[in-house]
Ligand binder design. Structure first.
Ligand code: FES
Ligand code: ZN
Length: 297
């Protein structure tokens, strides 16, 4: 953990740890086609570079979604990511949320304002992005979708679901979590044992020099996740390795337990769009959101 490594050994160490996590849970088989969801942040840059080194680049497809938020989507980062995928020989699909699922975040917000409704833009942004990623993965016949979630994200999500008492969500964080619909391309998180500070260094070592920019819609009230993040960071500072211990212990404890959830029936389909929806819903959350702001009738 707190070892001083030279640049080469640091990079090798990251590659080894990602490969070992993939092997341990059989996340990706050598012949599988993987869609990499890359936003352009340092975590996704690291995911792209690491995957190109440990998997056949011909079996990788990168996807960048442009949310359509004025002043947020940066052309310089996108150009950098495009040149990186070109250099690595990886096909790169760039789509706006409008092209992928019908409406940008700004359009959603504009319609919401016109109707005097208050829904956090992140709600639409998150759901629309997930929908778009899954749709493109299916169209591309990808076997897996890889996201750039890191150890810090995994620890926060585990703790958040425990505090909420949401066991169904808790088991979905586990790498062997249940697969609830054939319409979902399975998601994997190859960086889930890598600290965020390590991806920052990895990306920096590979020429990534951008500062993260804050989305204008970000809500500065301390959400549960933000409070957990602060608390976990303090713990990690006092006792390095705490986040890793937390994630590894829960992975181990849930390893057998997750199988109970394999017997759950396939998720029902939304009456409007035909995509999977929750067990207790006839219309999916995505269609419900679009309807509430008048973007579909
Ligand atoms: Fe939520 Fe940008 S839409 S932070
Ligand atoms: Zn729907």
């Amino acid at each position: 953990m707190n070892r001083a490594l030279c640049r080469k050994c640091f990079i090798d160490n990251i590659l080894e740890r990602v490969e070992s996590e993939i092997k341990k849970y059989n996340l990706i088989k050598p012949n599988e086609c993987v869609l990499l969801a890359i936003s352009g942040g340092k975590d996704s840059f690291t995911l792209l570079d690491v995957m190109a080194k440990i998997h056949n680049p011909n079996k990788l497809i990168a996807l960048t979604l442009i949310e359509g938020i004025e002043g947020y989507n940066r052309a310089d980062v996108l150009e950098f990511m495009k040149s990186k995928t070109r250099e690595l020989g990886i096909d790169h699909i760039v789509l706006t949320l409008k092209e992928a699922v019908g409406a940008t975040v700004d359009e959603f917000v504009k319609n919401m304002m016109l109707r005097n409704i208050r829904i956090p833009p992140c709600t639409y942004c998150g759901i629309a992005r997930r929908r778009a990623i899954n749709k493109v993965a299916r169209e591309q016949n990808a076997d897996k979708v890889a996201t750039a979630h890191v150890l810090d994200d995994e620890a926060q999500t585990y703790v958040m679901n425990i505090l909420r008492g949401d066991i169904t969500r808790l088991v979905q964080v586990h790498p062997r979590g249940p697969w609830l619909s054939k319409l979902f391309v399975r998601k994997v998180k190859p960086l889930r044992k890598i600290y965020e500070r390590e991806t920052a260094l990895y990306a920096y070592f590979h020429g990534y020099k951008f500062q993260e920019r804050e989305c204008p819609y970000i809500i500065h009230i301390p959400t549960l996740r933000a409070r957990i993040r602060d608390y976990l960071y303090r713990l990690e500072l006092e006792k390095p390795g705490s986040l890793l211990n937390l994630v590894e212990s829960l992975d181990e404890a849930l390893n057998e337990y997750v199988k109970k959830y394999y017997e759950l029936p396939e998720l029902p389909r939304c009456k409007i769009c035909g995509e999977p929806t929750s067990y207790n819903r006839e219309i999916c959350k995505f269609c419900e959101l679009l309807m509430s702001v008048g973007l579909i009738k």
